[in-house]
Design a protein around this ligand. Sequence first.
Ligand SMILES: Cc1cc2nc3c(=O)[nH]c(=O)nc-3n(C[C@H](O)[C@H](O)[C@H](O)COP(=O)(O)OP(=O)(O)OC[C@H]3O[C@@H](n4cnc5c(N)ncnc54)[C@H](O)[C@@H]3O)c2cc1C
Length: 560
Amino acid sequence: MSTLPWPVPSALDASTQAFPVLSTAQINRLRPCGKLRRVEPGEILFQPDDTGVPFFVLLSGGMEIVQPDLTGERPIVTHGPGQFTGEITMISGQRCLVRGRVTQAGEFLEISPDGLRSIVAKDAELSEIFMRAFILRRLALISRGLGNVILLGSRHCANTLRLREFLSRNAHPYNYIDLDTDKTSQELLDRFEVKTSEVPVVICNGHTVLKNPTTQQLADCLGFNVNIDSSQVRDLIIVGAGPSGLAAAVYGASEGLDTLVIENEAPGGQAGSSSKIENYLGFPTGVSGQELSSRAIAQAQKFGAKMMVGHSVVRLDCKRRPYHVVLDNGSTIAARAVVISTGAQYNKPPIANLKQFEGQGIYYGATYIESQLCESEDVVVVGGGNSAGQAAVFLSQTARKVYMLVRREGLSETMSRYLIQRITDNPAIELHTQTEITALEGDRRLERVTWRDKATGETSTHDVRHVFIMAGASPRTGWLQGCVALDDKGFILTGRDLEAPGIGATQKWPLSRSPLMLETTLPSVFAVGDVRSGNVKRVASAVGEGAIAVHLVHRALAEP
Ligand SMILES: Cc1cc2nc3c(=O)[nH]c(=O)nc-3n(C[C@H](O)[C@H](O)[C@H](O)COP(=O)(O)OP(=O)(O)OC[C@H]3O[C@@H](n4cnc5c(N)ncnc54)[C@H](O)[C@@H]3O)c2cc1C
């Protein structure tokens, strides 16, 4: 049986779910997929940073899983007969995070990563056991900060927040050291000869030191994309991993398409920044955007979808077939079909100094990380839509007071009724309609906010250090540079809309058949979710469109 050096939440039921013991019948089903390996104490079977690590089932003997760090090793778990190694990297193909060392001589069954993927695809019972264990083990690593990354930063620094969000939303475990509060951190900085002005600092795999890295540099250092072969012509490239792109990835990969998803930041999209989605079918008590996207990523990867993160597509080369997407590092990847699911980006109200305070008091998402930053303080939420309502309700649980500033006269036109009710019933939320921010002030970070009531003309200034802007979003279509027809607001036109009079003056539908539903003016290029003209800005519709698009991709690819 596994032994754990930390208390595991009882809901996780560690012994039966995160670290199950396989039955003899289950092990017998695995035997033909692997080879027997005799192991001796002290033998290291895998190390952090290794790729292509095999999956081991212990038939006899024992082993320990540890996390090497700057001071030695931190114990994670020990395995005994009937148990197996691995966590989510076994499925994602990313680099290993931990060290596995034999403690007791014995015989292990060794199965290659491809062998494991084929078991997961064919054996429903074992697939469920392995996937659940891998996900729970990753959650345990995250909650204990047992990763191959140490992030040294300041809570007052926008770049620290950017990197923390990137790691969290990629479900990557990391150890965060807050330079504002941790007294021993200077010793660490000295050890790596880092000046305070160079924070945030990331130590990858215990040796590579990155000073204020871009998210792309961090993704590359952690080997997030090591398993992607860019030379291969894919059946399907999906640009953007919000709910619509992740749905397309799950359906594409599960239906046998060679599928690659390319995501600029971290999977999850706008929904990933939502603290709680309460109207998505099947989740009566709500689900956080982060949890929904983590499950979708694991599901897509289980079916074999490849996920490239930290890289954006900057152009679509639409003059030749197969189509080529051009990445921010200049490389190109070809595909026979493309699903565009780049969604929308936050609108920024015209407030002077807004940019200066981004990440230092101005935020565009309200997740757990931001809520920790403003615990027991007053906050402002700007906006009257559902995302603003959710943020206000969520932040009211930790903040002292939430001022909600709305430009319109009321909320009824823009917000769901259940949220309006919660806001009006909540004594910690103070609603100000017809009100706009007129000034932001502060030295290094935001310290004061002034707003004006348009009805009375009254202006007031408040000591508020945190403002959440939730003021709608615009389509992310700039990278398409004239390849597909757009509506007058920049959203992508698809299907029957392309046949409306006056459409396609510059980009015309080129085939004799009519465009398929969700198909753009480029045959075999589809647009789904919030980026599509006529979308309804809902997680469920984005997911539905992602699934439908894959059905249509099959039809388009079957054409001569
Ligand atoms: C805070 C908040 C709360 C919400 N709550 C709800 C709710 O409760 N219920 C509900 O139904 N809806 C909710 N919504 C709306 C819902 O999240 C969106 O409708 C949904 O996320 C749209 O999904 P999408 O996949 O089309 O686009 P997005 O979610 O916008 O995802 C697009 C993705 O594409 C990536 N991308 C963009 N450009 C590029 C590029 N050039 N290269 C590579 N990647 C790129 C982005 O980084 C992003 O990850 C909420 C939205 C927000 C912001």
